[in-house]
Structures are given as C-alpha cells and as structure tokens.
Design a protein around this ligand. Sequence first.
Ligand code: NAD
Length: 485
Amino acid sequence: MDSETRTARNFVGGAWTDPSRDGADVENPATGETVGRVGFSDETDVGEAVTAAAEAFASWRETPVEERIQPLFRLKSLLEDEQEELAELLVCEHGKTLAEARGEIRRGIENVEVACGAPTAMQAGHLSNAAPEIDETAVRRPVGVFAAVTPFNFPAMIPLWFLPYAVATGNAFVLKPSERDPHTPTRIVELAAEAGFPDGVVNLVHGDADAVNALCEHPEVAGVSFVGSTPVARHVYETAAANGKRVQAQGGAKNHVVVSATADLETAVDGTVGSAFANAGQRCLANPVAVVEDAVYDEFAARLVERVESMVVGDGLDEETEMGPLVSAAHRDSVAGYVETGVEEGAELLVDGRTAETPDEGHFLGPTVFGDAPRDSALVGEEIFGPILALVRVPDFGAAVDVVNDSRYGNAASLFTASGAEAERFRHEAEPGNLGVNVGTAAPMAFFHFGGAKESFFGDLHAQGDDAVRFYTDETVYIERWPDA
Ligand code: NAD
C-alpha cells in the first residue's frame, strides 16, 4: 500500500497483485476528499487466490496447532504496536471517531487472543470402553479453504471475527472486505504477512458482488463467513449453500432498548445515546428504537433530548468529536430521507439532525430523535443505519417486549430495569440473539459467540468463541478396537 495516494491491492499466495477490474475511489467521509483507490477482482483473480489457499492448506493442516498459533501471537503484538496508526487510517476512510476506532481495533485483537486458545478449543472428547473393548474419540479437523466477506462499518474488527479462528484451526483463508474502506483490512493483512503465516494461508481479494459470487461458487471454497445487509446475507447464504458450502451469514438489524418504569433513567439515557449514535448509528448492534413505559416516558424523553442536543458532531480525527459523518453522500441522503418519512408518518421530531452544527464538507447528519413513533412506521421497522432514534411509548412492560418481538430482525435488544423479575422475563421472552440488561449495547466478548436470530442471521454456528471453532472444523469420531491389546 502506497502511503501518499493509497491503493489497496490483493494478496495472493504471499505476493501483492493488482485486481484485474477497474474499481472505485475511496473517500474520507469527513471531508469528501479521495484518500485512495481500490480495484475490483474478477473470477480469475478470485480463482488464483482460492488455488493459492488450497495449495497452502495441504501443509498448513499438518502443521501442529501450537505452531499455527505463533503467528497469531505476533499479529496481536503488531496490531497493538500499530493501534494508533491503524485507528487514524480507519477514521480517514470510515469517518468514525478515534475513540471508536481504537475500541474497534481492541475488539478485533480480542478475537486474535481467543483464537490463540485453539490448542484447547480444538479438543473434542474421548471415552475409553465406550462399548465393550471399544474406545471412541472425537477430533476436530480443519476443513479446507474458507472465505470471509465483510461490511464497511467495522473494517478492522469484522475481518478479525474470522481470520484468526479459520487459520488457528488449520484452514486457509481468503478475505473479501468492503470496497468502501479497503485500506484498513489491507493493512491488517500486511501485518498478518509480517507475522509469518506461510504463503497462501492468508489471502486478500478486493472487489464487489462479482468477487463475492465467485467465492460463493468456487468448488474449492469449503465455507463462507459473511457479514452485511440482510438481502446480501440471504443471497450469500443461498448461493454458497447451493454450491455445497457451509455458511454463516450475519445480516442487518433494527434493535431496541426497553426502558422500564423501574429503570435508573440517567443510566438508561447514557446507554441509549451511546448505543443509538456511536459510529453515527452505523452499527448492527445499535439500538435505534427506544421503547419506553408511559410512566417514565416524558422524563426519559426530556433528559435524552438535552443530552443529544449537546453532542459534538465533526471530523473523527478531532478528539472532541462525539459523532462522525456517515460513510458516503448517498448514504447520508438516504438516512436524511428518513427524517422526512418520520415526519410524514406522524412521529414528533424532537431533535432535527439536519439543522445540527456540522462541518460544511463531508457527509454529516446530526443526531436525530423522534418521539411517539407509530409502532408500524418505517422509523420503527426499517434498518436506517444512521443517527436516527425513534421513541415508542408503551403502556407497560409486556407491550414493550411485544414491540421487540414484532421486528423481523433479531440481532440484539437491551433492557434498563431495576427489577430482577422483569430482567428474567426479558431474557426468557425476547427473541433477539444478544440480550443486554442495564447495558446499552449488547456486544458479547470474543470468547462468547456473537448471537443473531430471525432475518439478522442465516446459518446455525455464529462468529466468535466456540461456535467459530466448530464452524471452521469437522468433528470426526474414531471408533477403535484392539483385540490383541
Ligand atoms: P453490504 O451488504 O452492502 O455489503 C457487505 C459485503 O457484501 C461487502 O463486502 C460487499 O462488497 C458485498 N456485497 C454487496 N452487495 C453484494 C451483492 N449484491 N452480492 C454479493 N456481495 C455483495 O453491507 P454494508 O453496507 O457494507 O454493511 C452494513 C450492513 O451490514 C448493515 O445492514 C448492518 O446491519 C450489517 N452488519 C451486520 C452485522 C451483524 O453482526 N449482524 C455486523 C455489521 C454489519
């Protein structure tokens, strides 16, 4: 990668190459300036990466797991040493704040750390005398070449949801990151190369839908990990599965925070603001709908509005900034369009982000809050993926849980409450895959799998933790009898 005008390149079999197709400029969303360029890979480029991975797999699978994790330990150190430079690079092509970028990289490193536990995590089970004179042993074996296709909103963390586990368990890996902020994952792959993985174990191809489809259809790809919007998640799930691959496909979301009448309102306001507006609302775990019990609705809304109106919006590189821009002009316009829609749907516009103080250049929209949003409105039902928070007023706790479960998505929900009984009911009845109690954003640590249900997830084994180890391995059972012994 050239540092003046960056160009994101492919990494195939240990060599940096250029994708065959013309691609796209990469923009700094805070300034609108072009900061780089990415080419797009065609089917041949993708085929070369998969072939390189398949060749590397033959010896990598035979490499003892203890040796396989050594480059991961080095990658952890390299990422830590470079955290600040990487965070700046990320901010300049994504727009989030420096604090958010640092946090994201930290969560990525956490996955590298957990994958270093592969020698233990790969152990399955053994039973002597499972049947007369028969011993049985379950072993986890690597499968082959895995591809990961990742979205723009966490260009450092999400590739690291997959790369460390795939290679620690003995597979070879091909990453296809988002074309909108490709330089951050490219830098991570450079660091992985420096960490000493043998050529072909870690590969990178840039591109658009064509590259993704080529990966989903390639006969030598054993499985695909995907994160992105629901329509594409469904498409990848169906295409890769139809081509005989295992798939984990994480889709879009529309999450809720429930504010019970018993909640500590200061904690609930902090948690809601942090969750709805971090990353300018471009988070699959954001809670852009707050479902509030009538008894505390007015006080909660008043405190929330006061807090939101004081938020500093600007370039993420400025340490004072609390919220950065949206990723592109088109996305900014799409999100701003929902402010119009919300008004038309009859919700009360409490904070209008279009009139917020923001820099002149760049794709900014201030934090926006609607009150009394109708339950069946687009504001409540559709993934907007921007800084718009809708408040829904409900008569009681039961009605709040109903609003959560009405959603076609099921990524996450959080409850603010002082009642253990409500918390227990929420854990039992709420349908999303990540449930928070008195935390604004229900994000599991890397040693737990990342939940997701309904149209937020297609597949069965999730990312991170034990699920990742099982997704990237086959469990084989040896059944043995040695009569002479
Ligand atoms: P996206 O679906 O547009 O793109 C994701 C990836 O798919 C990119 O690599 C892109 O190149 C590729 N892609 C895009 N269109 C394609 C097509 N037609 N065929 C094949 N591949 C295609 O998503 P995005 O805008 O980059 O990311 C935002 C979305 O990701 C949001 O919906 C968000 O909720 C979701 N997301 C979900 C999770 C989760 O854990 N569930 C996490 C992060 C983001």
